[in-house]
Design a protein around this ligand. Structure first.
Ligand code: NAD
Length: 375
């Protein structure tokens, strides 16, 4: 029986910040510069100066070797001015959403990082690509697969990279999950389960607005469970899902999106994963086990910015926490500088959205099994 501990988003974010402060810096492998990258710093402009850009991404830039903040795109001129002063940005490097297209004329900006609500991602990503910039887009990539397709096409047409903000791709506990899943002496994993949720306060944050968020906790935090299960399954995507939306305990708050949802993913080869995500209750865990249950792995806390802990049937995971955002940002910069494709590209973001659409379709159909379309 799960114990109920209310955790507001504010406290949740607070815990994340404490964890981030405690987190160590970049892994050595990302610190060593190659001849193609040494000495160069790419200019990045953040579009959307909300919580994540302000408290996580911008501070992480100082921990990277190949990035510097070169501009901002914001709907609030005073915030833009604050950032301009704080990061010593040149005049003319603060844009509004209306003038975003003018970044095309700013050679100091190489990358636009879109950190706004998901319903706005398509427009901003497409325009940044058309302005000739590489783009990083926060998760969830968009609110539907059609928007993902348009974003991928725009970046491809512009010959620019599109990366999605999957910070855990670079996280050592999750990388151990990849390794053990691929190790025939340990994996493959057949049964997985994971949950991520927190107590969402009332009011009208965009996270409760279906058009802007694309859904409730599922695309916001459940997406991390989908990603972990995909990694536990050896990097493949689920072929089918079944899902159930749970009755709302605060229907007055959750008028547009689900409050709690559970789902099952079926992977090629027969592995399954049980997912849970909620804006009413707290969970932050992942577990995977092999066919006879003798080899297993657990991570918990599993998805926060730092303070992750893991153990396996062999003992505690001997890996450290890192600054996940810095590792993610630095690798994207190197991919651009070395002309390598980012490992966390638009196709990965699109696949998650296809899984999320299938989960919602199943829940709407009373738990019917729904196949997840391939690429
Ligand atoms: P936030 O509410 O703190 O900030 C959102 C920003 O977008 C604000 O500055 C707001 O002014 C701006 N904005 C632009 N258009 C808007 C519109 N139409 N409606 C509302 N706001 C608009 O949100 P956040 O927590 O910073 O999240 C932003 C994005 O980052 C989301 O995609 C979210 O899922 C993602 N995120 C990712 C992580 C992660 O760990 N990777 C963590 C937090 C948030």
């Amino acid at each position: 029986m799960k114990t109920f501990t209310p955790l507001t988003r504010r406290r949740f974010i607070g815990q994340l910040s404490i964890a981030t402060a405690a987190a160590l810096s970049l892994p050595r492998s990302l610190r060593a510069a190659t001849s193609a990258t040494s000495g160069k710093k790419l200019g990045i402009a953040f579009a959307g100066l909300g919580g994540y850009a302000t408290h996580q991404l911008a501070p992480a830039i100082a921990e990277t070797e190949h990035l510097r903040i070169a501009g901002v795109i914001t709907g609030t001129a005073s915030k833009g001015e604050q950032w301009r002063r704080k990061y010593d940005l040149p005049a003319g490097s603060v844009y509004s959403y209306e003038t975003l297209d003018r970044v095309a004329d700013n050679p100091e900006i190489d990358i636009v990082y879109v950190v706004t609500p998901p319903g706005t991602h398509r427009d901003l990503v497409v325009r940044a690509a058309k302005a000739g910039k590489h783009v990083i887009c926060e998760k969830p990539m968009a609110t539907n697969v059609a928007d993902c397709d348009a974003m991928i096409a725009a970046c491809r047409e512009a010959g620019k990279q599109l990366g999605i903000g999957y910070r855990l791709h670079y996280e050592p506990h999750h990388q151990m999950l990849d390794r053990l899943a691929a190790d025939p002496q340990f994996g493959p994993f057949r049964k997985m389960q994971g949950g991520f949720g927190f107590r969402m306060p009332g009011g009208r944050p965009w996270r409760l607005n279906k058009q802007l968020a694309g859904g409730g906790p599922l695309p916001d935090v459940g997406i991390y469970v989908i990603q972990a299960a995909r990694r536990g399954a050896g990097g493949v995507w689920p072929v089918a899902v079944t899902a159930k939306e749970h009755p709302k305990t605060r229907p007055e708050v959750f008028t547009e999106v689900e409050e709690t949802i559970t789902w099952t993913m079926e992977f090629p080869g027969g592995a399954t994963a049980e997912g849970w995500s909620s804006y009413n209750d707290q969970r932050n865990d992942f577990r995977a086990e092999n066919a006879d249950g003798r080899n297993w792995l657990e991570i918990g806390p599993a998805y926060t910015y730092g303070g992750l802990e893991g153990r396996t049937s062999r003992g505690a995971m001997d890996v450290r926490n890192i600054n996940q955002q810095a590792a993610q940002l630095e690798d994207f910069a190197r991919c651009v500088l070395e002309n390598r494709e980012t490992p966390v590209g638009g196709e990965m973001g699109r696949r998650d959205i296809a899984v999320i659409e299938a989960i919602y379709a199943s829940a709407a159909a009373g738990g019917k099994r729904v196949e997840v379309p391939g690429l």
